[in-house]
Design a binder for this molecule. Structure first.
Ligand code: GTQ
Length: 345
């Protein structure tokens, strides 16, 4: 153990004033704030957002604020640790719930942060990314990588709601966040790449000299395939929790450099206690019901709800019914920074 460090109060007032005037500060009174022992001390606290409570508030926003006045009509899920108005759910992850009404469009823009949508409710919504029309069906995961033009549209006749996950807090922290606006994009008249080039997992378009592989070759991951794959994993998994990472079909790497997405299935009554991880996480329930204890706080969840966990949280899931959820995390970023870590429970 290191000795107890000196405090600010132990320093003479005239010396402290001189430090202030010189625009400097002593490190040692702040040392354990910036470098706590053994593990970080997160500001983030476990959060829980009940969809039944959010839904009427979001629909009300549809009445109060026309989409033209919003650019994106979104209610942001605020981390309880950061309090009212926080534009983030964890240190690195922004989560919003977005509403688009029939016939509405959200104008094209591109920005430095990346966004990923998980569709919560409604039929007929779509996102156009770089001219590719990506239909949004319940549970689908749709990528809008940083720097790519995107706009949203709606061909259906009921409200469409989706969850937005962005690496926005990171870009705000880096003072790197900005957007450029434009007109709606022309759409190429063909199905998205998950229905064509990457229709079957393990198969990719033949490499020919000079072929250009897009950096983000597949931007829509239909839920029906994820669920089917999870079920087979569970069936042959000897009681292991079935988990699948969303990956780039050309490289096998996580879909984005910053955020990762992991789909999980828990059978009825199944429990899971993953290791403590250096990542913060947000869990979105696709189907089912159960409870999760995060650092001693028990959250009862059901389909379409969302909850969060700070870094190194102790997490214990218990599915009451057969359940499917998607975990949003920042492991890709932490691996790039070379500090991702797991600690056994
Ligand atoms: O749909 O492009 O929740 O730009 C926040 C910022 C959604 C979007 C958000 C955005 C979007």
């Amino acid at each position: 153990m290191s000795p107890k460090l000196g405090t600010l109060e132990e320093l003479p007032q005239d010396y402290r004033d001189a430090l202030d005037a010189a625009g400097v500060a002593p490190l040692w009174p702040m040392m354990r704030n910036v470098l706590p022992h053994n593990a970080p001390k997160p500001v983030t606290r476990p959060g829980y957002w009940n969809f039944e409570k959010l839904r009427p508030l979001l629909l009300k926003a549809g009445e109060l604020t026309p989409v033209e006045k919003a650019e994106r009509r979104v209610l942001v899920l605020s981390d309880p640790g950061r309090g009212t108005g926080a534009m983030q759910a964890t240190s690195s992850i922004y989560i919003g719930m977005q509403l688009l009404l029939p016939g509405e469009t959200a104008p094209a823009h591109k920005h430095t942060p990346s966004a990923v949508r998980i569709i919560v409710e409604g039929k007929g919504g779509f996102t156009v990314v770089d001219g590719e029309k990506l239909p949004m069906e319940e549970g689908d995961l749709v990528l809008t990588p940083g720097g790519e033009w995107h706009d949203h549209g709606h061909d259906g006749d009921e409200p469409v709601i989706w969850l937005d996950a962005l690496d926005l807090p990171l870009f705000v922290y880096l003072e790197g966040s900005y957007a450029i606006e434009s007109e709606l994009q022309a759409q190429r008249n063909r199905p998205d790449a998950s229905q064509v080039e990457y229709r079957a997992s393990g198969l990719a378009p033949a490499r020919r000299p000079g072929t250009h592989v897009r950096r983000y070759p597949m931007m829509r991951y239909p839920w029906s395939r994820t669920e089917e794959a999870l079920r087979e994993m569970a069936r042959y998994g000897d009681g292991e929790v079935a988990e699948l990472d969303y990956v780039n079909p050309e490289t096998g790497e996580d879909v984005l450099p910053t955020m990762g997405f992991t789909a999980m299935m828990l059978a009825k009554d199944q429990k899971a206690s993953p290791p403590r991880r250096s990542t913060s996480a947000v869990f979105h329930i696709i189907r089912g019901s159960g409870t999760t204890t995060v650092d001693g706080e028990t959250i009862a969840w059901k389909a379409k709800d969302t909850f969060s966990a700070p870094v190194f949280a102790a997490i214990d899931h218990h599915a009451v019914e057969e359940s499917f959820m998607v975990q949003i995390h920042d492991r890709p970023l932490q691996e790039r920074l070379r500090y991702y870590e797991e600690r056994p429970r």
